[in-house]
Design a protein. Structure first.
Length: 466
């Protein structure tokens, strides 16, 4: 298949090139022959992986990093208007392209599967990418997390299929025209951009409205928000809707999910036949993600039995219940969960895997706005752990909101009967010491959140080893 590069993308400059979404697009363009450059706030294995592909990666942001002959500047919604490279682009009249537009241009001419939903996008996209690769279909993909190591969140393949994670947070998923769209769930999140569930549903309706005529929507038959979305789509006669889930009304019906330690055995009914396959990650929600992937692949004509077997090759993605190691009889696992629904699902999965062991959680809230709206529910979710450590809020792109701290989570957790320790130090070493003092042989420690809490796992293991 041809891998032509749009003219505007021949010499792109990425601001924040090390980010999960940005780096994937940069990788694909580099592999297609573009002269890629960009900048990021700090050195990272991702930056090194891009350099190995021939990209120029600057550390720090400065006007001089933007080459005068850049064909465009690629930005995400996280880039502030006063970024010096963005200001320089205006001075040089270099076109500014949003990340979603860049990704959409790469999907042109391919059979695209766009994976959307408030939770589970990265896992489901990854499952599809791995399974299609196992079947020799050589897909292209762009994922919001690394499959195995730095630089594995995207791939340029020669096959016809392109699988992409579709981000609803800033409505950028409206830019895609997929042949198959997946909607895993619809819940209120991203409070800085959405004021109500009605706005969320309108946004997902717009996304589904971009599915190519004759295309397919794969949607949960179980999750309330997804069911409501489906009910709003009666006026799309050119759209095939394929539902999946445990509901008796589902087109692809889940008959059973049987946990086996850190794996599950899933049985589904599809086109009058039963298929049983293994999902090599724990938890009911991951099993349902695999069924969504199976349904989407089948919608593109991939034989379901082959795809079911290939899904067993998926062994996880970084930060999605990823085992970081074991020391002094304590296993440390990392979770990206930062919304109460995600937290509850991952805690239930780990509770099942823990059996009689204690489950200890280190939770770092992500964003002031999310904590303001959902802090109480986050605290209630932590009641599923035997003990928790709650850190300060990770601000990411946000400025502080007066009166909003992680105290709201701590108080809600204690009200729900949870054993919670608040660590208010900006020094990660203090958190490591608290956790190491709590952990005993046989315990599971789960670091949880979308911020830099992920960096604590190796430090906790090192401290336990000492």
């Amino acid at each position: 298949m041809a891998s032509a590069i749009p003219t505007a993308m021949e010499r792109p400059h990425f601001i924040g090139i090390g980010g999960a979404g940005m780096s994937g697009i940069a990788q694909i363009l580099a592999r297609r022959g573009a002269r890629v450059a960009g900048s990021d706030a700090k050195e990272s294995p991702t930056a090194d992986a891009l350099r190995e592909l021939g990209a120029t990666v600057h550390i720090g942001h400065a006007a001089g990093h933007l080459a005068p002959d850049a064909s465009c500047v690629v930005v995400s919604s996280a880039i502030r208007a006063d970024n010096p490279e963005l200001l320089r682009a205006a001075e040089l009249s270099v076109p500014v392209v949003h990340r979603s537009d860049a990704l959409a241009s790469l999907m042109t001419g391919r059979s695209a599967i766009a994976v959307a939903g408030t939770h589970g996008k990265t896992t489901t996209t990854s499952m599809l990418a791995v399974a299609l690769g196992e079947l020799g279909l050589d897909p292209s993909y762009a994922i919001g997390g690394d499959l195995a190591g730095p630089g594995t969140n995207a791939r340029h393949g020669d096959g016809e299929i392109f699988v992409a994670e579709a981000d609803e947070s800033d409505r950028s998923f409206h830019k895609y025209d997929p042949e198959v769209a997946i909607v895993l769930n619809v819940e209120l999140d991203h409070h800085a951009n959405y004021a109500s569930m009605d706005e969320i549903h309108e946004s997902f309706e717009t996304f589904v409205g971009k599915v190519a005529p004759g295309g397919t929507l794969v949607v949960s038959a179980d999750q309330e928000g997804a069911v409501e979305l489906t009910s709003r789509l009666a006026d799309r006669p050119d759209l095939r809707i394929a539902t999946y889930g445990e509901s008796a009304t589902a087109d692809v019906r889940v008959r059973s999910i049987v946990p086996h330690g850190l794996t599950s055995e899933v049985t589904v009914s599809l086109d009058g036949a039963e298929l049983t396959f293994t999902v090599s990650v724990p938890g009911r929600h991951y099993a349902l993600n695999a069924v969504a992937a199976l349904t989407a692949g089948a919608a593109l004509g991939v034989p379901a039995a082959d795809l079911a077997r290939a899904l067993g090759a998926y062994t996880g993605v970084k930060r999605r219940l990823q085992l970081k190691g074991e020391a002094a009889g304590v296993q440390v696992i990392d979770s990206y969960a930062h919304h109460p629904t995600e937290m509850t699902a991952d805690l239930e999965a780990m509770r099942g895997a823990a059996a009689d062991s204690r489950l200890l959680v280190v939770f770092q809230p992500h964003l002031f706005s999310r904590t303001q709206e959902l802090g109480k529910e986050m605290g209630q979710a932590l009641a599923a752990a035997d003990a928790s450590v709650v850190m300060d809020i990770y601000p990411a792109r946000e400025d502080p909101i007066p009166g909003v701290t992680s105290d709201v989570i701590v108080e809600a957790a204690r009200a729900a009967g949870a054993d919670v320790t608040a660590v208010r130090s900006a020094d990660a070493a203090a958190v490591v010491e608290v956790v190491a003092g709590m952990a005993k042989p046989g315990d599971l420690v789960l670091t949880m959140g979308a911020g830099d809490v992920t960096d604590l796992g190796p430090r906790i293991l090192a401290r336990l080893s000492s």
